[in-house]
Design a protein around this ligand. Structure first.
Ligand code: XUL
Ligand code: CO
Length: 441
């Protein structure tokens, strides 16, 4: 690795681990990249990733006001020169933070040109810069994706647009985005259905749109094979925003869609906390649904605000949340291609460059604590034992017979007529278990 650049974040040096007693806001108190937790480094357990769209491109605008972000390197244009500068900013940030991965949409990194051809040329040119920066710093691409929701051509959706030409444009764009991700050795590629849904059913042929989405994803999977891209494909569920209803509304809906269109072999899920809560679920629920189908691939780490109720994409700071997430991740055996991608933005009021560091450091420390706590809970074993014990009636006797598929309604009726009534239930002990978790937090 070459000399560390100091051009864009002067005064900020590489963030170090200083331990829980440190009062330095620009140091990690819990995330210690090389420290082994259960034989694996924290870096490899957590696989942190920074998002280009929020951290590098986010201007902190909202529906009521313009962007407030102070970014001294921005020149007010979206030129190719500016795109190259932003790539340098991104990698200086990644290097100083010590995050091993990043993620981007094609249009985050390079500007759209006057034609698709020119746009692709722009993307190729910036991909060269990104590749050189990856090689210089050792930072890797967690996943790439295509922005199919900002430009007005995607008003009615992309793969689910009523306009066949828009489907074709989206296919060409995704083809290119997969190729660039492949060139940059991305570990995965994400499909988030930004406007793949509807605002009103009065103008929508739902069945036809879903069929088109299925076709689109098959074409993507075929192209992946054709070019030899080995990264993992993910679908990212979200129920609404910007549309009123998005087809990939939650983990269960995505799994059903993938099964219905025979795509389950080619896709896993990328789950995001704030999308889970928008769908009326907890992140833990979404993760367990995906894990049950062996389809949890990666996570977008953030949190919402229950009082606002929209996709606020805040940095995760709740230790309870990160503990639950890490319990699920550890129980499934850890990430393979996926990671913990901070799809999160600083508040509009936190507009200085240093706030980007505070935000990520806080998120990384919160997850490091979640990892340590979840590891301790697993080592203690009482939680897992309780759950195992709760289902012990299935381990032998009638339960084992049912699970083995060796019982039918008639036999069960005979069994119960003989027995007279079911064995008494035991307590679910929710409060006991909540207290148990708190003992570790
Ligand atoms: C939007 C969202 C996206 C995806 C990538 O809510 O989460 O940024 O993660 O397109
Ligand atoms: Co996301």
């Amino acid at each position: 690795m070459k000399k560390q650049s100091t051009a864009f974040f002067p005064g900020i040096t590489k963030v170090q681990y200083e331990g829980p007693c440190s009062t330095n806001p620009l140091a990690f108190k819990h995330y210690n990249a090389d420290e082994l937790i259960d034989g694996k480094s924290m870096k490899d357990h957590l696989r942190f990733s920074v998002t280009y769209w929020h951290t590098i491109r986010g201007q902190l605008a909202d529906m009521f006001g313009v962007g407030t972000a102070v970014r001294p390197w921005e020149d007010g244009t979206n030129s190719m020169k500016m795109a190259e500068t932003r790539a340098r900013v991104a990698f200086e940030f990644l290097e100083k933070l010590g995050a091993p991965f990043y993620a981007f949409h094609d249009r985050d990194v390079a500007p759209e040109g006057k034609s698709l051809r020119e746009t692709n040329r722009n993307l190729d040119a910036i991909a060269k810069v990104l590749k050189a920066e990856q090689e210089r710093t050792g930072v890797q691409l967690l996943w790439g994706t295509a922005c199919l929701f900002v430009h007005p051509r995607f008003t009615h959706g992309a793969a689910t647009s009523c306009n066949a030409d828009v489907f074709a444009y989206a296919a060409a764009q995704v083809k290119k985005a997969i190729e660039v991700t492949h060139t940059l050795k991305g570990a995965g590629y994400v499909f988030w259905g930004g406007r793949e849904g509807y605002s009103t059913l009065l103008n929508t042929d739902l069945k036809r749109e879903m069929d088109h989405l299925g076709k689109f994803l098959h074409m993507a999977a075929d192209h992946k094979k054709a070019i030899g891209f080995k990264g993992q494909f993910y679908i990212e569920p979200k129920p609404k925003e910007p549309t009123k209803h998005q087809y990939d509304s939650d983990a269960a809906a995505c799994l059903n869609f993938l099964r219905e269109y025979d795509l389950l072999g080619d896709f896993k899920l990328n789950l995001e906390t704030n999308h889970a809560t928008l769908a009326g679920h907890t992140m833990q629920h979404e993760m367990e649904v995906a894990i049950a189908a062996q389809a949890l691939g990666s996570i977008d780490a953030n949190t919402g605000d229950m009082l606002l109720g929209w996709d606020t994409d805040q940095f995760p700071t709740s230790i309870y949340l990160t503990t639950e997430i890490m319990l699920s991740i550890l129980n499934m055996g850890g990430f393979r291609t996926g990671g913990t991608n901070f799809d999160a933005k600083v508040r509009r009021e936190s507009f200085e460059p240093v706030d980007l560091f505070y935000a990520h450091i806080g998120g990384m420390d919160a997850f490091a604590r979640g990892l340590k706590i979840a590891t301790a809970i697993r080592k203690d074993g009482r939680l897992a034992n309780f759950v195992r014990q709760r289902y012990s009636s299935w381990d032998s006797g009638i339960g084992a017979k049912i699970e083995a598929g060796k019982a039918n309604f008639k036999e069960l009726e005979t069994y119960m007529l003989q027995k007279g009534d079911a064995a008494p239930n035991t307590s679910g002990r929710q409060e006991f278990l909540e207290n148990l978790i708190n003992d570790f937090i």
